[in-house]
Design a binder for this molecule. Structure first.
Ligand code: FE2
Ligand code: FE2
Length: 291
């Protein structure tokens, strides 16, 4: 008898509830950044309360990921240079990775492959955003959404590891996208599990929407269509190119009008391989910062 739907959901929910929540500083960062009037000084005040987080954010800002000319040692100066929204997304990404990048969380999937896939989706989403002319303040939101889009797989392959291996087998045998195989065998897919994490951690806005809708872009009706579409395209690119591996050999077919809606020509994706490899290399600093 296959595990009943409510059973899978209950197990995953229970596991998510036992995961340590985001540090209070990060919750506070999200809260102050929700206010459009927040100034660099306000954000600096919050992040400075947590020296570890502050150190990590400064490390990222001074890493090859940004490639700034000069070393920046003052956080407030970094926030003025890069913008409140950028620094918020850096803080959020490092905090989530601290909570989730742990090897013990991976039973069915290979951790290195999973994070490489996620990095690839992050950098390609950011490149798509740049290509379509999104403002610099929002570029790292695309990156963070890509980095985090599949986090729902982590609790699932931890607490439902046997079922997860079976779902991967089903996807391979029937040549279907993994999220459909998850849904069929566990009545829960990783986008839904990701939404549960988002709820538990009070994530909302574009990143939460991308986590929830990256496999169901046609059903999305919110305000962040550009991010949701970019993640779907970047996810397809990562799977097609075999960069990293997140368990899915047969990605979902994208709606034919997706490139038009996104405002980036499909042919552009054929030209970016070398740039993607270089960007992944730079962005891998995110994984090296783990506690
Ligand atoms: Fe996914
Ligand atoms: Fe993915």
């Amino acid at each position: 008898m296959p595990s009943s739907d409510s059973e899978s959901m209950r197990k995953v929910r229970k596991y998510i509830m036992t995961m340590p929540s985001l540090p209070t500083t990060v919750a506070k960062v999200l809260e102050v950044c929700n206010n459009p009037k927040t100034s660099p000084v306000d954000l600096d005040r919050v992040i400075s309360l947590d020296p570890v987080l502050m150190g990590k954010v400064l490390k990222l800002i001074n890493s090859a990921y940004y490639g700034l000319q000069n070393q920046v040692t003052s956080l407030v100066r970094a926030i003025i240079m890069l913008g409140v929204n950028t620094v918020k997304n850096l803080a959020l990404s490092t905090a989530v990775l601290d909570r989730l990048a742990d090897k013990a969380g991976f039973r069915a999937l290979n951790m290195e492959g999973f994070w490489r896939h996620s990095l690839c989706v992050g950098v390609v989403a950011k490149m798509l955003a740049k290509k379509k002319g999104v403002g610099t303040q929002r570029l790292d939101e695309f990156f963070a959404a890509g980095l985090l889009h599949d986090i729902g797989k982590i609790p699932m392959n931890n607490v439902l590891s046997d079922e997860y291996v079976r779902a991967m087998g089903l996807a391979d045998r029937e040549r279907i996208p993994l999220f459909l195989a998850e849904k069929r065998s566990m009545d829960l897919d990783h986008a839904e599990a990701g939404a549960m994490i988002g709820e538990a951690w009070h994530l909302d806005g574009p990143i939460a929407d991308a986590i929830r809708f990256h496999h169901e872009v046609s059903q999305y009706e919110g305000k962040s269509e550009d991010i949701v579409l970019a993640i779907a395209v970047a996810d397809y690119y990562a799977s097609r190119e075999g960069i990293g591996f997140s368990g899915c050999l047969y990605p979902d077919k994208l709606p034919p009008d997706i490139y038009e809606r996104l405002g980036v020509p499909k042919a552009w994706l054929e030209e970016i391989d070398a740039a993607v490899a270089a960007e992944i290399e730079k962005a891998s600093v995110f994984l090296k910062l783990r506690a």
